[in-house]
Design a protein around this ligand. Structure first.
Ligand code: HEC
Length: 263
């Protein structure tokens, strides 16, 4: 019995020593260096030799926020730098003028444009087409989309979207397009806002008459078949070569004010 007890004490003692060693090694590791943070980086940045290991299939944006907006240099020169016959800061439209120029192209309530909508999940981009109506007073886009489609799945996972409307290219002198980026929210047919947006923004009446059904019946049908989207535009860049005729740069950018309550 005494022997057994001794053996037990020895084994327990060994475990105790191992345990203490483990704890101290772990805490030594933690004390030794602080966990480094992945800072915001420029889009042009490259990995240096001392960079932590980046596994296969992992991309920079998984850890870093990338400073894209203000530093895309070519765009920045076109928007406000020394470009062609414009000196820096010359030829930029006022905010109101840009808003109007965008509304002139996109139309307003009860009008829509077929746009390319880009979404991204797990570093896999997807571009699809969808009709969008611009509410120029709020710089918000509204759409309705067939249920169960990939773009809706993408938006649920990641609401950040990029939308483009582009006039068919004929020549450089007729270039006209608008690029929006913003945040999308999905609105189910059962949500009262879905019907409100249909009535106020979406030109669904044309679809009703094409289907030879009443507007009421069409709305009921859409509430069952469709999901609505509301996209709060954060930034919109319009390219219109015609602006040059009015001594404006062909590229103009609208940005939602940070202080805006709808931001
Ligand atoms: C798994 C997460 C991760 C990924 C993926 C990653 N990084 Fe990093 N990166 C870090 C961390 C953490 C640091 C800070 C390391 C340090 O300070 O020792 C860092 C530091 C940097 C720095 C130095 C920034 C500074 O201001 O100190 C640059 C530049 C950088 N990364 C570029 C990149 C680029 C380019 C890619 C894509 C090719 C990338 N990283 C992918 C985690 C990551």
């Amino acid at each position: 019995m005494a022997r057994r007890n001794n053996a037990f004490t020895v084994i327990a003692g060994c475990f105790a020593i191992i345990f203490v060693c483990m704890i101290s090694t772990l805490s030594a590791e933690n004390d030794g260096r602080d966990v480094k943070e992945a800072k915001k980086i420029e889009a042009s940045e490259e990995i240096q030799e001392n960079h932590p290991e980046v596994g296969a299939g992992v991309s920079c944006v998984d850890c870093h926020e990338i400073k894209l907006d203000a530093k895309t240099t070519a765009t920045q020169v076109w928007l406000s730098g020394d470009y062609a016959d414009f000196n820096a800061k010359e030829g930029m439209m006022s905010r109101d003028k840009i808003e109007k120029a965008i509304a002139d192209v996109m139309g307003g309530k009860k009008q829509s444009k077929t746009c390319v909508l880009s979404t991204c999940v797990n570093n896999t981009p997807l571009s699809t087409t969808a009709e969008f109506t611009l509410d120029p007073s709020e710089m918000t886009l509204y759409g309705i989309h067939e249920k169960g489609t990939a773009k809706l799945f993408h938006i649920q996972q990641n609401p950040r979207v990029s939308i483009n409307w582009h006039r068919e290219y004929e020549s450089f002198t007729k270039l006209l397009c608008i690029q929006f980026s913003g945040t999308a929210e999905l609105i189910e047919g059962s949500d009262p806002e879905f019907e409100k947006n249909l009535k106020e923004f979406i030109p669904y009446e044309a679809q009703a008459s094409a289907r030879k059904i009443s507007p009421d019946k069409c709305r009921t049908m859409f509430k069952q078949m469709m999901v609505g989207s509301r996209i709060t535009v954060k930034e919109a860049t319009i390219t219109n070569v015609e602006f040059r005729k009015m001594d404006y740069r062909p590229w103009q950018r609208w940005t939602r004010h940070v202080s805006n309550k709808n931001n």
